[in-house]
Design a protein around this ligand. Sequence first.
Ligand SMILES: C[S@@+](CC[C@H](N)C(=O)[O-])C[C@H]1O[C@@H](n2cnc3c(N)ncnc32)[C@H](O)[C@@H]1O
Length: 242
Amino acid sequence: MQSVFMKKTQRFSREKQGTRNHLQPYMISEELADGFHRYMEKHAAVYNDDIKRIQAFLRHPLPQSPVIFDVGTGPGLLPVALQRHLTTAVIIGVDSSLPMLTQSLENNTHIFESYHPFLATVEHLPFKNAIVDLAVSRFSVLYWDHPQQAFQEINRLLKPGGRLIIESLNPEYPWWRLWLMILGMFFKGASSQVLSYQKDAFKREYHLEQIEQSLVNASFTIIHRETQQNDWKTVVVAEKQC
Ligand SMILES: C[S@@+](CC[C@H](N)C(=O)[O-])C[C@H]1O[C@@H](n2cnc3c(N)ncnc32)[C@H](O)[C@@H]1O
């Protein structure tokens, strides 16, 4: 079933987007960043689950100002929600797309002292070792070209015992449900560019096992996973070995 979906979307991608294919870096136009931002802002309640998970996996005792790293922060709506619940946190948002990062800066001007946006790819992070208490990445991993290298970089930045929460799409999700989901997004106001961006993520097809193996290869220990065949997302929590 799934391979039928894959073939269809790959064909769609070649026809609609010319020479770009899923192995090239994804170029995000201002229009796409704006459309993504507007769609996610309307549905910002989805970040509440992330906040609960982050609170559950932050190691205790908490430092006075825990450093939280949001990898592939996009329009920076997770930092907005985070700051409401963890008011003393220092949040670093990294994204490889300037239009996305610009949105994130605009959304977080009210917390400019505690939010630090950086334009960088996750595979090459311009930070010192062992500065981060918890890293989170929400629906970004499927666009990364070198996940294992990325996990090694994140591991380097984490303090010993620091944790990484990865949320990703479930490649086992039945294709017909995926199409219903995409249709639902259309009716909830997602632009055609946003829909295409979302569909392209599924083409990367990183299975949970692959993500976990890359994490283990990057010296993480898997401490928690959430996955169900009928859920469109998966979550893995990994800990940096002390
Ligand atoms: C689907 S968006 C998710 C945005 C945000 N995490 C959210 O949930 O609202 C994926 C984001 O990952 C970023 N991204 C993709 N590949 C990246 C990479 N190699 N390094 C850093 N950011 C990347 C994209 O630019 C985009 O902003």
